[in-house]
Design a protein around this ligand. Structure first.
Ligand SMILES: [Zn+2]
Length: 318
């Protein structure tokens, strides 16, 4: 058996295990792809997708169109880490996707490049074999406590889901976070959004992801309200007090990290917590790391792997 055949057999095996499950397809309609564990240590989205698919099967609900759930980074998920060698949610530039899609099997050896190529092919196959419109939601969790939020460039479906659920919408991700999976999906004709449900280990994160998938199925007209379980009501976290996050915020600063920064975020920061310019947020090998401007700290890093120590966002309004 030559090397090329071994490679393609391995990829076929990968593709089978990448698919968590699917439902529908008998009746023409939209195609919704749910991606979990694009970061391998974020399992809430995978569990939520399984719950939704199980409920659809139990109720034998009629589905207009098709829902397919995929695992994002298989090799990192098997290790229980965010990634193996590089962050799979920072690699989806048009150039890289094209290069990897056309490269000979044997030349692609970085684990995340193998993942990217296989996931890109899987999405292309789904688009080829299914009917539109096409929608993709990429489910994430974070290392700090956080209210749920949608991160998106500009997408009408995402805007409608945000309005429907009342979760926070973070604008400006395409400017500050290049190479996200949703960027690739948008570029190739999908309605795409990333959804962060809360902290990695929190049970509520799973319920929140589940609720978001149901809301998308409803918004796309794929299922009837009657079959949606009660507990999958809109996932909003009630905010109170003077420090309410406005419904729409925008990224204004990204604290990029290199391998040698040894950055450590000071403990206790929650996502969207208010910070003032000059506040000491953490330390790196040069000393204290200060907030360069006032706003809200966004995605403070409390895990070993990550390309950003934190972001700053500002309230935009309702
Ligand atoms: Zn993530």
């Amino acid at each position: 058996m030559n090397r090329r055949m071994v490679g393609s057999l391995a990829e076929q095996g990968n593709r089978l295990s990448r698919v968590i499950g699917q439902a529908g397809g008998a009746v023409e309609g939209p195609t919704l792809v749910v991606v979990g564990a694009l970061h391998g240590n974020e399992l809430a989205g995978v569990k939520a997708a399984k719950r939704v698919l199980a409920h659809l099967e139990e109720t034998s609900a009629e589905i207009r169109g098709k829902i397919i759930a995929l695992i994002g980074n298989l090799s990192a998920m098997r290790r229980g880490t965010r990634f193996v060698q590089s962050d799979l949610n920072r690699l989806w530039s048009a150039d890289r996707v094209h290069t990897l899609s056309t490269a000979p099997d044997a030349t692609v050896t970085v684990p995340e490049e193998i993942e990217l190529r296989d996931l890109a092919r899987t999405l292309a196959e789904i688009a080829r074999d299914s009917s539109g419109p096409f929608a993709l939601v990429d489910l994430h969790t974070s290392s700090a406590d956080s209210p749920p939020f949608v991160a998106v460039g500009d997408d009408p479906l995402a805007d409608r889901v945000v309005a429907r659920t009342g979760v926070i919408e973070v604008k400006g991700t395409s400017r500050y976070l290049q190479g996200m999976l949703v960027e690739h999906a948008s570029r190739t004709g999908w309605s795409a959004m990333a959804f962060e449900a809360g902290r990695h280990e929190d049970e509520i994160s799973i319920a929140c992801h589940e609720a978001m998938v149901w809301q998308l199925l409803l918004e796309l007209g794929m299922v009837d309200q009657e079959i949606v379980p009660d507990e999958a009501a809109a996932c909003t976290v009630m905010q109170s007090g003077p420090d309410q996050v406005s419904r729409i915020v925008e990224i204004v600063y990204r604290h990029a990290l290199s391998d040698h920064d040894s950055f450590r975020m000071n403990p206790g920061y929650e996502n969207f917590q208010t910070v003032t310019e000059g506040e000491i947020l953490g330390q790196d090998r040069h000393g204290d790391v200060l907030a360069p401007l006032s706003g809200r700290v966004f995605l403070p890093l409390y895990q070993n792997q990550g390309d950003e120590g934190f972001f700053i966002v500002r309230d935009v309004g309702e």
